[in-house]
Design a protein around this ligand. Structure first.
Ligand SMILES: NC(=O)c1ccc[n+]([C@@H]2O[C@H](COP(=O)([O-])OP(=O)(O)OC[C@H]3O[C@@H](n4cnc5c(N)ncnc54)[C@H](O)[C@@H]3O)[C@@H](O)[C@H]2O)c1
Ligand SMILES: O=C(O)C1=N[C@H](C(=O)O)CCC1
Length: 267
């Protein structure tokens, strides 16, 4: 297998730091550059906590980086506004892209899907790279057919910018593929305190918890006559996401168009 040359955006972030280690540990991955919000001109190994073996330049601007560096895949682990911009720049260059950054709306996804098709290149947007979280979403889709009264509680660390989480939105979307829109709860229920019943997507209530100490957690609760089923996943640390990042980078080399969700590439 030829080496896959990677540009990583967000190398100093919590995910970015784990991704640097994963790239270093993967013999057929090669880091060719990093895009940071500062540190232009430094080497990746000069960034605090970065593996010392990573000799690749740091750029503080994706456009400059793409103009100077030959790469196969851009991996973005930054923040919602920046991730969208980076994906657009990479697609316009015809470069394959893996986006772990969350906060994409349906309109963003439609627009970026059309762009990937137009540029005849591949992109993967994965709201959650943890294999267990993908299984939690798939099991929830299976259960929704039989127990259609559902609420989602997602819990994340308090530095998260987007709410609800990309995982909760993706879970709700998978459920709506097998379930009709449904009004849940009492027909006359009203919120005495705004937000008490959470957000709503086609009748599914989504509740977002943000607390220090949490990483990434979700419960999908199904209520039926005399029974409750809970499907739950917990990421205890960010290494849990790395096998999924590796799989996405390998897979994006062989796809055309935009794939939204790792479940679409898992065998
Ligand atoms: N898909 C998944 O499985 C998964 C898992 C964890 C986090 N995430 C998402 O990944 C993103 C990053 O998460 P995190 O916990 O590492 O966040 P973080 O805040 O720790 O890191 C984000 C990094 O992006 C950098 N950044 C900001 N602007 C930039 C720019 N213009 N160019 C380059 N870098 C820039 C910041 O300096 C920071 O180092 C978030 O959107 C989060 O929701 C996704
Ligand atoms: O921001 C995070 O940290 C995470 N976000 C993802 C989401 O929005 O679903 C899931 C993994 C961690």
């Amino acid at each position: 297998m030829n080496n896959i040359r990677i540009i990583l955006a967000g190398p100093r972030g919590k995910m970015g730091q784990e991704a640097l280690k994963m790239i270093e540990d993967t013999s057929h991955f090669e880091l060719v550059a990093a895009v940071d919000s500062k540190n232009d001109g430094l080497q990746v190994k000069d960034l605090l906590g970065a593996p010392q073996s990573l000799e690749a330049p740091v750029y503080d601007d994706m456009e400059n980086c793409l103009a100077s560096i030959e790469a196969d895949v851009v991996v973005d682990l930054t923040r919602p506004d920046i991730g969208k911009k980076h994906l657009e720049l990479a697609l316009n260059k015809g470069l394959r892209t893996v986006i772990g950054t969350t906060g994409f709306s349906n309109e963003d996804l439609e627009r970026l899907k059309a762009l990937a098709e137009e540029k005849q290149t591949g992109a993967i947007i994965a709201p959650n790279f943890a294999i267990g979280a993908i299984l939690m979403m798939k099991f929830s889709q299976m259960a929704a057919k039989y127990l259609p009264d559902i609420e989602i509680i997602e819990k994340h660390h308090d530095q998260k910018l987007d709410a609800p989480s990309g995982t909760a939105l993706k879970t709700a979307q998978l459920i709506t593929e097998v379930r009709e829109e449904k009004k849940q709860g009492h027909p006359d229920e009203k919120e005495d305190l705004k937000g008490a019943r959470g957000a709503e997507l086609e009748g599914i209530r989504i509740h977002s918890v943000r607390l220090p100490g949490l990483v990434a957690h979700q419960e999908v609760i199904f209520g039926g006559e005399g029974q409750v089923l809970t499907i739950r996943h917990d990421s205890m640390n960010r290494t849990s996401f790395m096998p999924g990042v590796r799989l996405a980078v390998e897979s994006v080399m062989n796809i055309e168009g935009l794939v939204y969700g790792l479940e679409n590439i898992m065998e």
